[in-house]
Design a protein around this ligand. Structure first.
Ligand SMILES: NC(=O)c1ccc[n+]([C@@H]2O[C@H](COP(=O)([O-])OP(=O)(O)OC[C@H]3O[C@@H](n4cnc5c(N)ncnc54)[C@H](OP(=O)(O)O)[C@@H]3O)[C@@H](O)[C@H]2O)c1
Length: 184
């Protein structure tokens, strides 16, 4: 499980693991979340616990329903809002229109190519991650689990397929597992 039943966020990982996750952010060109995660978690997606660059923030908000008050829209970092309504640039916030079609990945990946964004850390939530997995559009998955925590009923975590484990590290009660994708 990756969140509680009511979508509220749970602090799953140790502070040291969170720092590692911020290091990962500093290593990629961009970081992507979908609308439910943007709304329920209100993440900043910045690299506060490590030195180096902030990745460009990418958010999917088809109908532009997310409130402007979210941290993602604070203009502190370049942010791109993929949507189906408009192309516009406003005070460092870029609205990028994708085709009406609901198939996200081909249009999104083409847009990233046009924007010269060459690496993306997909931070969730479950639906978005599962769509990358189902389309075989991923290179490496980093999965943080906490051995002590039981969420019970909650949002089901995405399910990996066609993969093998390359490394697993223990940080406190956390296990950080690294998987790479295999060809089918
Ligand atoms: N533990 C963790 O590491 C972690 C990380 C991130 C998030 N979370 C949790 O995850 C939960 C949210 O996950 P979620 O699965 O409900 O939502 P989500 O993936 O954040 O967002 C889902 C929405 O994004 C759009 N979307 C995503 N993938 C799409 C695709 N392939 N094609 C078209 N539209 C797509 C759809 O919007 P429309 O409905 O508008 O079409 C869909 O309803 C939150 O409770 C959050 O706390 C946990």
């Amino acid at each position: 499980k990756i969140a509680k039943e009511d979508f509220s966020a749970v602090k799953i990982s140790h502070d040291v693991t969170n720092r590692l996750a911020h290091k990962w952010r500093s290593e990629e060109a961009a970081i992507l979340v979908a609308s439910n995660t943007a709304l329920y978690d209100n993440p900043s997606l910045t690299n506060r616990l490590w030195q180096g660059n902030n990745p460009t923030r990418l958010v999917i908000d088809w109908q532009l329903k997310l409130p402007e008050s979210l941290h993602l829209f604070d203009r502190s970092v370049k942010t791109i809002v993929f949507n189906q309504l408009k192309d516009e640039e406003r005070n460092g916030l870029l609205f990028y229109k994708l085709s009406e079609e609901k198939k996200l990945l081909p249009g999104l990946l083409n847009a990233l190519y046009q924007l010269k964004i060459q690496s993306v850390l997909v931070e969730g939530g479950a639906k978005l991650l599962q769509s990358f997995i189902d389309a075989d559009c991923w290179d490496e998955a980093r999965v943080i689990t906490n051995e002590e925590m039981r969420i019970g009923h909650g949002v089901q975590s995405p399910q990996l397929k066609n993969n093998y484990l390359t490394e697993a590290d223990k940080i406190g009660h956390d296990i950080v597992s690294y998987y790479v994708r295999t060809e089918q």
